[in-house]
Design a protein around this ligand. Sequence first.
Ligand code: ZN
Length: 309
Amino acid sequence: MHRRCLLLAPLALVPPTAAQAPLPVVASFSVLADMVREIGGTAITVAAIVPADRDAHGFQPRPSDLRTVQGAKVVVAHGLGFDPWMDRLVRSANFSGPYARAADGVQARSMDDSHAHDHGGGRAQRHTQGKRIVSDPHAWQDLGNAPIYARNIAAALKRALPAAEHAGIDRRAADFLRRAAETDAWVRAQFAPVPAERRKVITSHDAFGYFGAAYGVDFRSPQGVSTESEPSAAEVARLIRLIRESGIRAVFMENMSNPRLIEQVARDAGVRLGGTLYADALSAPGGPADTYLKMFRHNVPAMISAMAQ
Ligand code: ZN
């Protein structure tokens, strides 16, 4: 017994790579933080600036967020105009390590301004703070984009991790992408039996454009691609008329936005809310959508059961 301890003691003094302190990584919001966690594994710790159940649109960083970035070795933002405040935060923190935008390389979907409101000839233009919205940032809602996110995140982590950790990053990224592809196939299989005319969903804001394009679902919402925009009374009235005329039953609130507007839409249209969809933020740990892939496993059955009513 005593002898074994003597034999083991010198081994414990050799610092194996795994015993290195995990690399502190900051991600802008909870969905991205989960992808970073998947790919970084135990080699990293990750903090999300915008936590679960909170809205990243128009987020105002606090002094504590500045300190979080200052303590990080890698920072991962989303890009595509989703989290422009991250650029300012990284600059203010004088952060000089790897700074990646996880959605770099995504085929950005242009926002169809007439999406929620206009069908046919007339062009309805939506403005946010005087600017016309041109691109839709919610690209993670199409699982087909997962390889782009994974590649950008893995590259950023490798820039800050020792070479001995790189194989682990690649292995975990491959495993994550295998499960993302499985989830993608599962989503398609869930929607396959649903007739096209039933595949209509109303949500608080236009967060599901990529999802709709990938999986053949028509999403409408009173708000635009950012929760910062406020619809006019006429736009809300048009949406209510659309719900009544098309017999849409799937009306959902989102976990991170104020439910007041969508509750009013549902009430005025005479439909019951179908529950909560997770779009821009995960649920808190232990909740129904506390990982990126679980978000799909929650949202899709919720949509389908409301469509079937
Ligand atoms: Zn959004």
